[in-house]
Design a protein around this ligand. Structure first.
Ligand code: ATP
Length: 529
């Protein structure tokens, strides 16, 4: 098929004028113009092809050159939220006032999680109550001009050092508080807590000093560990009743030694073996890895007893054996793998807390995993005295107006001893006594005069709670003792009799459930006396 030459000429002249106008490539325009004069279509096509090839080759060359220059003279680093290094950089940039240039914010009620240092104007009203958080759905890009790749290393190190310096007055607490969104997004919540003074922890004589000294020695002996070929890690298990100061000790220790805490609870629904593995692998050197309520990964003794109360061969639903219940998605082997692996992150102090040491598997407690087991007990008289004195320091307590400073101190000491003498030893946790003292509204005399009544009420409450629990346990074991369908237990309480006067064990009428379970034999109701 022949193409009319006039059309080619028109096309050529159009192209040439366009090129001339847009790109001012006048020499190209005249070249194309010339070719239209020669009226050789083949020659025109060859020229255009050559021109295209030239432009594309030029474009690729420039791209390659830009890539070379970028490779040679620039470094790209990614900091991902959830990784501790992200926090270092955020704080560094905050101190450098980088975020002030933001024009796009999330407004959060002040949460003290991260500080972005943004205020919209000096003394702007309301800025005490909200955080202006620059939006960070998209990556934030910033440039550092340097010819030396080592500068990146120095930049990160400086950010880390500043971060630690900044945190001296507080303890930085990372926790895994939400489901895992992807790699690196483990330690999603960061909080700063004011450092807790060591002397605010009231334990038995010498106990706290021994823990602090042990941890200090461990940190200082890094070289020894390396030479001896032992992983530089140390495991502590703090065990004892709730409210006796286990968590408080760890926070005070972290403040004293300038360590960050990475804390998670095994009972959180989203924590499983994989999550635990990922979380532990992102803990930096010289930090505390804290697992609270570590017994959650183990079947509780009560659960075991309940489940196997019909004997080892007892059958559960549809004849299947009862399985011990755990309150965590973490398995024992997953947990042990993680604890053994903590050694790879040198200088990590591993702390675990539990209220039920007897539920823990001996494999967990062996040295190398748990090196020190520290028992926390309910309060002694000495602890109660010390707690009272901390609550009512002479400098901030008013007694009678006429009393001198030394009289006041002596009187407070006397009240502290009287207070402690009214409290039975090893019956109350420090948290419980703290709760009582808080209710005394700063009056030491009221605290002493009201303590007898408080102790009595607490003990009565406990007795009635225990009675209810033992009733429930007895009912549950009765149900399991009978393989046949169990009747419902209905206590007989005469309207005139108060509940506490009913004999809990014997007076009960047992009636069958309205519809017997599938396969149950007919059951005759009976009365137990
Ligand atoms: N020995 C203690 N010295 C000072 N304060 C204490 C002590 N024990 C408990 N408290 C106070 O009681 C509260 C709870 O303490 P903490 O959380 O440390 O107890 P815990 O033993 O870790 O409890 P749980 O086993 O329930 O986690 C805190 O406010 C803390 O100040």
């Amino acid at each position: 098929m022949e193409v009319p030459t006039q059309d080619v000429g028109t096309l050529s002249s159009l192209t040439s004028s366009l090129l001339a106008r847009i790109m001012s490539f006048s020499f190209l325009a005249s070249w194309i113009q010339q070719s239209s004069n020669s009226q050789s279509y083949v020659f025109d096509t060859a020229k255009l092809f050559f021109l295209g090839t030239l432009v594309e080759a030029g474009r690729r060359f420039l791209q390659w050159l830009a890539e070379r220059v970028r490779f040679q003279y620039s470094v790209t680093a990614h900091f991902t939220e959830g990784d501790p290094a992200y926090e270092w950089i955020v704080m560094f940039l905050t101190e450098e006032n980088i975020w002030k240039r933001s024009r796009d914010f999330h407004i959060n009620a002040k949460s003290s999680t991260r500080r972005w240092g943004i205020t919209l104007g000096e003394n702007a009203p309301g800025s005490d109550h909200v955080d202006f958080v620059p939006t960070y759905e998209l990556p934030h890009l910033f440039r550092i001009y340097t010819l030396n790749v080592k500068d990146l290393q120095e930049f990160v190190e400086e950010a880390r050092v500043r971060y630690i310096e900044h945190g001296r007055s507080s303890v930085i607490l990372h926790s895994a508080s939400q489901p895992n969104f992807g790699p690196g997004f483990v330690w999603s919540s960061v909080k700063r807590k004011l450092r807790r003074p060591m002397d605010s922890i009231i334990l038995e004589e010498g106990m706290l000093d021994s823990i602090v000294q042990d941890a200090k020695d461990f940190i200082e002996m890094e070289d020894w560990y390396i030479e001896a070929g032992i992983p530089h890690r140390r495991g502590y298990l703090l065990h004892g009743p709730p409210g006796t100061g286990k968590t408080s000790t760890i926070h005070a220790l972290a403040g004293e030694l300038g360590l960050e805490i990475f804390s998670l609870s095994l009972s959180a629904g989203f924590v499983d073996d994989a999550f635990l593995q990922q979380a532990s692998s992102t803990i930096p050197k010289k930090a505390i890895f804290l697992i609270e309520d570590i017994d959650c990964a183990f079947a509780s003794r009560e659960d075991d007893e309940t489940n196997t109360s019909g004997g080892a061969s007892s059958n559960g639903f549809l004849g299947l054996p009862f399985m011990p219940l755990r309150r965590s998605n973490v398995t024992l082997s997953g947990l042990l793998n993680v604890i053994d692996g903590i050694g790879s992150e040198e200088g990590v102090l591993f702390f675990a807390t539990t209220n039920h040491i007897n539920r823990l598997d001996p494999a967990l407690l062996r040295p190398g995993r748990i090196d020190r087991k520290i028992e926390y007990k309910l309060t002694t008289a000495a602890q109660a005295t010390a707690l009272f004195s901390r609550f009512f320091p002479a400098a901030r307590t008013t007694l009678g107006k006429e009393s001198t400073e030394s009289d006041k101190a002596a009187r407070l000491q006397e009240l502290a001893v009287r207070f402690a003498s009214r409290i039975p030893e090893h019956k109350f946790s420090t948290a419980e006594l703290q709760g009582y003292l808080l209710s005394c509204k700063g009056s030491p005399e009221d605290a002493v005069s009201g303590i007898d009544l408080w102790v009595q009420q607490e003990l009565d409450d406990r007795r009635s709670r225990q009675a209810k629990e033992s009733d429930a346990a007895q009912l549950s074991s009765t149900m399991h003792d009978h393989q046949e369908p169990q009747p419902v237990l209905a206590p007989v309480v005469s309207p005139s009799t108060s509940q506490s006067s009913v004999s809990r064990k014997t007076r009960a009428v047992l009636t069958p459930p309205s519809t017997p379970p599938l396969g149950a034999k007919e059951h005759v109701p009976f009365t137990a006396q």
